[in-house]
Design a protein around this ligand. Structure first.
Ligand code: NAD
Length: 273
């Protein structure tokens, strides 16, 4: 059901690779709520994925940009300003990748040039994006920027490797840019810490199916799906959350506050006793 929560709002969505992507669901949902969007991804992801189908569906244009490349971000923001005929209201950063994870490198045997890439793509790109938006004064007052995080930023999760370090940095950037952008231009910046979700990036993590199942058992409400994440992000782009900023917001069915659940005991612990 649509509520017109984003009527008249405009924004950029990073990271829709295919219809499993969290960004894909966000794009569909924000358009349903009345927003106008520009989609972006790297040229290779545009070629290998199906973003053009989403663009048709959302009546959107696609502007290629590698989020680690400042010139490409500047071009994206300039073109979006031109396309929208002025400033816009929201941006979703749904970008992440670790070559160490992809190549199965253990955390005790990281390749440091890979780690530089992990941090650049999954965290520093968020700073590059925010700095570009800020310098170009591209966002309206009460604008909202959201990036996707994961609880491995705060706790150790086997297999998440250097993505955990990247997510910790991502959340720190949200706070440190948020304090300035909020005070000077009333723009809010938050991260959403999402449940494990079966997407291309998610499936790159070793033992993902087990992580997904365990998290589901540990979450009183069950894992949050990509579509549910999109619903939550709509509220963060809407005018109903104007005073929420510099937060890492858990969207995980209660996982982050649970210690031990009945369902975990019944399905995992009891059968072994
Ligand atoms: N899937 C999960 O379990 C999960 C859980 C919590 C948080 N997240 C986070 O959600 C975000 C979206 O991931 P997803 O799960 O939808 O997977 P996904 O693979 O569909 O999306 C990741 C996107 O990042 C893009 N990307 C990679 N390098 C880029 C670059 N240099 N410039 C621009 N874009 C680039 C990819 O093209 C892709 O579209 C990521 O930040 C991820 O870490 C995912």
């Amino acid at each position: 059901m649509a509520y017109n929560l984003l009527k008249g709002k405009k924004g950029i969505i990073f990271g829709a690779l295919n219809d499993n992507s969290i960004a894909w669901k966000v794009a569909e949902r924000v358009v349903e709520e009345g927003a106008e969007i520009v989609l972006t991804n790297t040229p290779v992801s545009i070629r290998l994925g199906t973003i053009n189908t989403l663009a048709e569906q959302c009546n959107s244009i696609v502007i290629p940009a590698d989020a680690t490349n400042v010139e490409e971000l500047e071009n994206l923001v300039d073109k979006a300003l031109e396309h929208f005929g002025g400033k816009f209201d929201f941006v979703l950063h749904s970008v992440g990748m670790s070559p160490n994870v992809r190549k199965g490198r253990a955390y005790t045997d990281l390749d440091y040039s890979f780690m530089d890439k992990t941090l650049d793509i999954s965290a520093v790109s968020f700073h590059k994006l925010l700095q570009t938006l800020y310098k170009r004064d591209a966002l309206n007052e009460w604008g909202s920027v959201v990036a996707l995080s994961y609880i491995a930023a705060e706790r150790a999760f086997a297999g998440y490797s250097d993505m955990a370090d990247a997510k910790a940095m991502l959340q720190s950037i949200a706070r440190n840019f948020g304090v300035i952008y909020g005070a000077e231009r009333k723009v809010r910046i938050n991260t959403v810490s999402q449940s494990p979700t079966p997407t291309t990036a998610g499936q790159g993590i070793s033992g993902m199916q087990m992580m997904f199942d365990f998290a589901d058992h540990m979450s009183p409400l069950g894992n949050a799906s990509a579509s549910e994440c999109a619903d939550y992000i709509v509220t963060l782009f809407s005018d109903f959350t104007r005073k929420v900023t510099m937060q890492n917001l858990y969207h995980d069915g209660g996982y982050s506050s649970a210690g031990l659940t009945e369902r975990l005991i019944t399905d995992y612990i009891a059968p072994k006793e």
